[in-house]
Design a protein around this ligand. Sequence first.
Ligand code: NAD
Ligand code: ZN
Length: 250
Amino acid sequence: MPVNSVAERLRQANHVTVFTGAGVSAESGIPTFRDALTGLWERFDPAQLATAEAYRTDPSLCWGWYEWRRAKVLQAIPNAAHLAIAELANHVPKLTIVTQNVDDLHERAGCEGVIHIHGSLHTPRCIDCAVAYGPILPDQDLSHDGCRIEPLRCGACNGLIRPGVVWFGEMLPEHAWSAGLAAAEGCDLFLSIGTSGMVFPAAELPLRALSKGSTVVHINPSAFEVSADEYFLQGPATHIMQSLLTDAFG
Ligand code: NAD
Ligand code: ZN
């Protein structure tokens, strides 16, 4: 389906759900999970740092990795895709944003009520008693040559402070997941942007939208197969989202 047909659907839609993955933040300089890591982290596989077991086994290595990622996010700014998604709220009757991203770039682009189904780098909590860590996390100096950072400790039970993200093998936060499902099943247009669709259960959302008769459009620079009733727009999120917005609303 060409961009202008998707733009027509966008103009007619009552409820648009935008579902985003790491690709939307890639053009802000935040590496996706599938990008090769660089520098200090090139020897590590992200999937092996993002588990509770890895954290318990080597807390300072894992906390160092998450603090490195949080610092990268703090240095980054929202790109044209985040801004175009935020701008959509001014044009469609109802917009819901469901993200797998653990950064806050949608919020900084001006989006409200973003549903974070994989949690956030900015909401650390105790690994043992789950109490939220209250103080502002210290700034990290990324110029040093070690990657380890000793984790902070919980003020209530002295447990290790962990990042507020969902690790592989963990359940998704219940409230966010049910809100994400409702947004997928209740929309008439579902835009899935910058996600490899390999991480479940998140990757079920486009399928749920499709099963309820919504128009499902995937936006990604790397081509992949979609079923006969889905659409694919190939290109970077910034370019495609800007064109879509211009075509639909001038
Ligand atoms: P992924 O790394 O599996 O896939 C990224 C996808 O983005 C790929 O399909 C790639 O082709 C596409 N992409 C790359 N550049 C793009 C661009 N400019 N525009 C549009 N698409 C582009 O990421 P995922 O599907 O989100 O799933 C993996 C997990 O990674 C998620 O759970 C997420 O929590 C986590 N993650 C988050 C961040 C972040 O918060 N920014 C960063 C890395 C990983
Ligand atoms: Zn605690």
